[in-house]
Design a protein around this ligand. Structure first.
Ligand SMILES: C[S@@+](CC[C@H](N)C(=O)[O-])C[C@H]1O[C@@H](n2cnc3c(N)ncnc32)[C@H](O)[C@@H]1O
Length: 357
């Protein structure tokens, strides 16, 4: 059941003196400069910023615009107030109902289940909110749900939020299967954003894996004609071809079987991007230092004089030390902070280089 159009819901909120509805865009910690640049390009009005999120002005026509953002992991409609304690919400269910209406009006069919993430999720207040949602919207309460609702108090004020899409924005349609060790697509987008691809006509992805970097580059830079990647693992190559086909990029993106130690020759490139192998999963029998040295020497030869080399790795101290003795200079670096599946923190870096004159 919907109580009105998005415009009517916002007017009703204003009339009831409820706070303004906003959009919260969350991203991987460290990617803020990339996110702010993308939001500026698309004319979003920024209201507030934290380490991992930006709040932007809400308007009823912005959902499709948000879904195309490439650096953002998740998007939510949110409302904040000191009074939005679960007890208040259980007595004023329309506050949450209004937010649910906004999400369901855009794409009701995608949402069949819901979950409330909140401290005290078993309390009678939260249970009464869950019952209201079940009955009003005919949604089933589930652990792995489509409609993800949270009620939190990060600092001084309560915040209610609902993710606008069942899956995070960072989950891309082109991923046929998820390769272990594949890159987060928002990070791949960030790496590419430092490659000066607006001005480039050729792009090489060394250690291409499942082709996340290549596909992100192909989709974001339609004028980039020559996109080539290589990897020495047949399984990864076959996976990457499936992803490239799904992304409808098979005519523009080529992947080759090649080993960096044999210095394959595909010509020279305006940009080289690489998610370097690291950790046990990818290169347990390899000497990483030798691999990184060979990679840097290879890029010295294969990068056009005014080109960009952008690398991503958790082993940044090793690559920084090798780069410092090379023909490259580091012109920028970005440190990210990620939580792994095993709940550990990773602090990889994106390192942007140019050849010294
Ligand atoms: C971190 S993964 C790249 C993941 C990729 N960015 C993705 O999103 O799927 C590194 C890749 O380097 C490849 N690799 C490791 N040693 C290599 C070598 N000597 N030559 C070429 N590729 C190699 C691995 O097979 C793996 O696919």
């Amino acid at each position: 059941m919907l109580v009105g159009t998005i415009k009517e819901i916002c007017q009703q909120n204003e009339y009831m003196s409820e706070p303004e509805i906003k959009i919260k865009l969350s991203y991987i910690v460290g990617l803020k400069p990339v996110v702010l640049k993308e939001l500026k390009q698309h004319d979003f009005k920024i209201l507030d910023e934290t380490d991992d999120s930006v709040y932007v002005e809400f308007s009823d026509d912005m959902f499709s615009k948000i879904k195309h953002l490439r650096s953002v992991a998740r998007a939510y409609v949110v409302i904040q107030s000191d009074k939005y304690h679960p007890t208040y919400l259980s007595n004023h269910k329309s506050v949450l109902g209004n937010l649910i209406d906004i999400i369901l009006e855009v794409n009701k069919k995608s949402f069949k289940s819901f979950r409330i993430n909140c401290a005290g999720a078993d309390s009678s207040e939260v249970r009464s909110i869950a019952k209201y949602i079940e009955e009003t919207y005919e949604l089933e309460e589930k652990e792995e749900a489509d409609l993800k609702i949270y009620i939190i108090k990060p600092e001084d004020t309560w915040e209610i939020g609902i993710q606008i899409t069942p899956r995070p924005l960072s989950v891309r349609d082109y991923k046929v299967v998820n390769m272990s060790g594949a890159m987060d697509p928002t990070i791949a987008h960030a790496v590419n954003s430092f490659c000066n691809l607006e001005e480039a006509s050729s792009y090489l992805n060394v250690f291409s894996g499942s082709a996340t970097l290549l596909i992100e580059a192909g989709q974001s830079y339609p004028n980039l004609e020559n996109l080539i990647g290589f990897d020495n693992d047949k399984k990864h190559l076959s996976l990457s071809i499936q992803n490239i086909k799904k992304a409808d990029l098979i005519k523009r993106v080529k992947v080759k079987e090649a080993d960096i130690f044999y210095k394959p020759d595909f010509g020279k490139f305006d940009a080289i991007a690489s998610d370097l192998p690291f950790g046990m999963l990818i290169s347990k029998n390899e000497d990483l230092e030798n691999l990184y040295k060979t990679f840097v020497e290879y890029c010295e030869v294969k990068l056009e004089p005014r080109g960009r080399l952008v690398v991503y790795t958790s082993e940044y101290e090793l690559i920084e030390s090798i780069l410092s003795k090379s023909q490259f200079k580091i012109i920028q670096s970005l440190q990210l902070k990620l939580i792994t599946n095993a709940n550990a923190y990773l602090r990889p870096k994106i390192i942007v280089c140019e050849l010294k004159n």
